[in-house]
Design a protein around this ligand. Structure first.
Ligand code: DOR
Ligand code: ZN
Length: 345
């Protein structure tokens, strides 16, 4: 019998870009309608590198979700110069839950990112001591590295050695895209976990070129070949406790995506939990959605699981072609397609 509705513990999004200003006000309500909490990425321009900046950004987010119970879980942007004192201040703040490692040049607003992980030893040492997780954009950036091999090269050159040098450091390997990344996480200690996006489960790199160039399927790390997509699907079918929901929803205006030098990022917050439900249903593991979306994340971060529930109803609805983004518009993930699950309001 096919399920007509599904009630699960309210989920959290463990990897989210909200931006700031008008864009923030446009996108934050989509997340707040379904998720209790979200880990907020700090790659603003300028980046959120200090507790003082994070407090200010937190205020903007809380204003954008006024009237809801949504709790933003803030992060700081790690740089070559992040002092150990900033880590201590972050820990004391209680609302900062992690630091984000962007290798310099890897993605949107990563210019201030880390040029050599060795420059971060003092900060990493303090994080290991006080239990603040490191969230990793796991891509090697050298111009000689093939774009489809960046994740694997990062594991071999940076992540594997890092886990040896800091065995007690909690690490979330964000938005994994390859079999190598999944295997690495499974084989690592319980201090290493990973998030998986909807697009890397649903699509492979063919989706970038189907019927012509598809800029709205372009994100970083870029979609990989189908064997990697299948490895990620295998991970969610297995129900492994180290993998959890992180949309990497990353809004950009339609105009910036459909440009001669289009931005990386897929906006999925409009239908995130519904899209994951569709994927888990297609894989015949709807019963494993709740742990992936609502248990594994808080368990890894050492936070309580949510006590409220949400209900998803089996009902077709069309995803709009566009949503407003400030004064402009964005094209959402799966625009114009029909989706078979709807969150009960
Ligand atoms: O596709 C992406 N977009 N990947 C990232 O790592 C950053 C994000 C963004 O901020 O737009
Ligand atoms: Zn991201």
């Amino acid at each position: 019998m096919t399920k007509k509705q599904l009630t699960i513990t309210q989920p959290d999004d463990w990897h989210l870009h909200l931006r700031d200003g008008d864009a923030l006000n446009s996108v934050a309500p989509f997340t707040a309608r379904q998720f209790a909490r979200a880990i907020i990425m700090p790659n603003l321009n300028p980046p959120v590198t200090t507790v003082v900046q994070a407090v200010e950004y937190l205020d903007h987010i809380l204003a954008a979700v006024d009237g809801t119970n949504f709790e933003p879980l803030m992060t700081l942007y790690l740089t070559d110069n992040t002092p150990a004192e900033e880590i201590i201040a972050a820990r004391k703040s209680c609302f900062i839950k992690a630091l984000k490692l962007y290798p310099a040049g890897a993605t949107t607003n990563s210019d201030a990112g880390v040029t050599n992980i060795r420059h971060c030893d003092a900060a990493l040492d303090e994080m290991q001591k006080c239990g603040l997780p490191l969230l990793v954009h796991g891509e090697a950036t050298g111009p000689e590295v093939d774009v489809f091999d960046r994740e694997k090269v990062f594991i071999d050159k940076t992540l594997q050695p890092l886990t040896q040098r800091f065995p007690e450091l909690k690490i979330v390997f964000e938005h994994i895209t390859t079999k190598e990344a999944a295997d690495f996480v499974i084989q690592s200690s319980d201090n290493v976990a990973a998030t998986i996006t909807p697009q890397h489960l649903l699509l492979n790199r063919n989706a970038l070129f189907q019927g012509g160039l598809q800029p709205h399927n372009y994100c970083l790390p870029v979609l990989k070949r189908d064997t990697h997509q299948h490895a990620l699907l295998e991970v969610i079918r297995s129900g492994h406790h180290k993998f959890f929901l992180g949309t990497d929803s990353a809004p950009h205006t339609k105009h910036k995506k459909e440009s001669a030098c289009g931005c990386a990022g897929i906006f999925s917050a409009h239908a995130a939990i519904e899209i994951y439900a569709m994927i888990f249903e297609q894989q015949n593991v709807l019963d494993k959605l709740e742990a992936f979306a609502s248990f594994n994340g808080p368990d890894f971060y050492g936070l309580p699981r949510n006590s409220k529930t949400i209900t998803l109803i089996k009902e077709d609805w069309p995803i709009p072609d566009e949503y407003p983004l400030g004064n402009e518009s964005l094209v959402p993930f799966l625009a114009g397609q029909t989706i078979g699950w709807k969150l009960a309001e």
